[in-house]
Design a protein around this ligand. Structure first.
Ligand code: ATP
Ligand code: MG
Length: 303
């Protein structure tokens, strides 16, 4: 990674590294401008990427400790992607730097009957992280403007009053998601969203591997093959979602995901950078409390 290695000591060098992937205003956003195979010319073997990844785990761990002690902000990391893009592995890697007590992962599958009997933000809202914690959503309320948009029959099954299902339903949902995220932000939740951008060809390779490697057979899902046929529709839906909901307070990261190690590097760096901006610190005691603490120190020392 030679001269391009960002340094955890310098926020601006981290920001420079992830700038190409950070989307904070949607107007100009186009998925086709983002190359899934991009690695900024770095390679895992030759460079210091592995070293950087390990240091990142340590850095994240120390920031999380401050987030927990500070107990004011909460952090929500949202992961969205096509199948086999590497969500699970990336989440596992980010988690490796986090104390499990301060972090919870929630995976969202097709909604249950109970969930469908509520508004679409209900099930995720119940799972928002508490102050001082990091919440990770493996899929999220964004599915409501992705898979449901691509497979409109799912919308018919949601039990909505028919007159509320109009032409602009997707724009309305995106508007509601943006408003929901703004509301959460104003209440102290920092939201960072990741789209792991894998190419159709790399997905094909990974699905073949799931068939060819007996240890990976369990991961193979015939449904993933059908979904490949809707690739273009999905990309359109992702583009519309990112355009409508990217803000500086709840940015999207469009992460090149054809190289797993690079995707992890970008996600780790993005999480650290966004958390560093919160200016987290250990709570400081005022004079009176400090005096009390010193008194207790004396008692303990003489015990
Ligand atoms: P893996 O990468 O291991 O396959 P996954 O996240 O794809 O993990 P699955 O159990 O294969 O998990 O799939 C979950 C499915 O649930 C996805 O196809 C997703 O689109 C679907 N889903 C999630 N949320 C919703 C929703 N709100 N409405 C309809 N379908 C949803
Ligand atoms: Mg799946």
């Amino acid at each position: 990674m030679s001269d391009k290695t960002p340094s955890f000591k310098s926020l601006s060098s981290l920001e420079d590294f992830i700038a190409p992937y950070r989307v904070s205003s949607g107007d100009q956003f186009k998925i086709k401008h983002h190359d899934p195979a991009d690695t900024q010319g770095l390679s895992l073997e030759k460079g210091r990427a592995r070293d950087f990844l390990e240091k990142g785990v340590d850095e994240l761990s120390s920031i999380q400790e401050r987030l927990y002690a500070d107990n004011r902000w909460s952090v929500l990391l949202v992961f969205q992607a096509m199948d086999a893009a590497g969500k699970d592995g990336t989440i596992k890697h980010v988690m490796s730097g986090i104390n499990p007590q301060g972090c919870q992962v929630h995976s969202f599958k097709a909604p249950s009957t109970e969930e469908l009997d509520h508004d679409f933000l209900w099930r995720t809202h119940c799972r928002m992280p508490e102050r001082g914690r990091i919440g990770i959503f493996n899929r999220s309320y964004y599915e409501e403007v992705l898979v449901v948009r691509v497979h409109r029959e799912m919308l018919e099954r949601q039990g909505l009053p028919p007159r509320l299902i109009g032409k602009s339903i997707w724009d309305e949902r995106l508007e509601d998601i943006a408003a929901h995220e703004r509301y959460l932000g104003r209440n102290g939740t920092r939201i960072v969203k990741f789209f792991l951008n894998v190419s159709l060809e790399e997905q094909r390779r990974r699905l073949l591997e799931r068939i060819d490697d007996p240890a990976k057979n369990w991961k193979f899902d015939a449904k993933d093959l059908d979904e490949r046929g809707f690739w273009k529709d999905y990309m359109k839906a992702y583009q519309a979602a990112i355009r409508a909901t990217a803000t500086d307070d709840a940015p999207w990261y469009v992460v090149p995901a054809d190289q797993k190690w690079f995707a992890r590097l970008v996600v780790m760096t993005a999480v650290i950078t966004e958390l560093k901006k919160l200016d987290l610190d250990f709570p400081k005691l005022d004079e009176v409390d400090r005096e009390k603490l010193l008194g207790m120190r004396e008692r303990l020392a003489d015990d």
